[in-house]
Design a binder for this molecule. Structure first.
Ligand code: ZN
Length: 237
């Protein structure tokens, strides 16, 4: 079996489905950030016969805009996001977002090579210009799921171009990406698209997310409220 790691960006599902052979696990987070998926990767590699791992970030990436705004413009970012995403770029010099996006591919490839010396590792930067954006309106959705071998055309039932996808196994790895999704989309509405298979996972994570609302940034609290509202069992079908 193989693993493909890509960004949660809503425009990538079709491109990724072209690599779906039914034998490949897909993992997604902000920026195709291998560093932020180490635990999930270890678990998958330990319990499956993984022969190859490919990392596929993309151009015009919101996560890289975020990294750039922190490093170049001194924007403030949540400590967890800093640790899981931004930190790994701090030693770097880059003069443009293009350069940063190319460097991201190299950095994530290096993480993979260091972690899994016995596994075939490859990477590719997806050019977003090749993908036509067919989003309907501005209302965007966040879909939280386990790593899966299923095509997105099956997982996402409506408006795929409005749907961001995060796929990881641990709360620690999902949490910063949910925060990033909230930060990147001020005009977006976030709610899970729930399929029966994912129901248990989503419920578990949201109960954890709801544990200490007092420590959450306000925009995240608000988003979780929206998520919870749409997670009502009556919505699951
Ligand atoms: Zn992206």
């Amino acid at each position: 079996m193989e693993i493909i790691i890509s960004c949660m960006d809503r425009r990538l599902h079709g491109k990724l489905d072209a690599f779906n052979d039914g034998e490949t696990f897909f993992l997604r987070n902000a920026g195709a950030n291998v560093f932020g998926l180490k635990e999930t990767l270890r678990q998958l590699v330990n319990s499956n016969n993984i022969s190859a791992i490919k990392v596929m970030p993309h151009t015009d990436c919101g996560a890289m805009k975020l990294v750039s705004s922190v490093i170049k413009d001194g924007a403030k970012v949540d400590a967890e996001i800093d640790k899981m995403l931004v930190e790994q770029f701090k030693h770097m010099k880059f003069s443009s977002r293009d350069e940063l996006e190319r460097a991201n591919l190299e950095i994530q490839l290096k993480h993979l090579k260091d972690m899994f010396p016995g596994i075939n590792v490859a990477g590719d930067l997806i050019d977003i210009k090749d993908i036509e954006d067919k989003a309907k309106g501005h209302s965007h959705v966040l879909y939280i799921a386990k790593p899966s071998t299923k095509p997105y055309s099956e997982i996402i039932e409506e408006n795929p171009f409005n749907t961001y996808v995060v796929q990881a196994l641990s709360r620690e790895e999902l949490y910063p990406d949910i925060k990033i999704a909230v930060m990147l989309g001020q005009e977006k509405v976030f709610m899970p698209v729930l399929s029966r298979e994912e129901e248990r996972m989503v419920k578990m994570d949201f109960s954890v997310l709801g544990m200490r609302p007092d420590i959450l940034p306000e925009e995240l609290r608000e988003s979780i409220e929206i998520i919870k509202r749409y997670s009502l069992p009556t919505k699951i079908k």
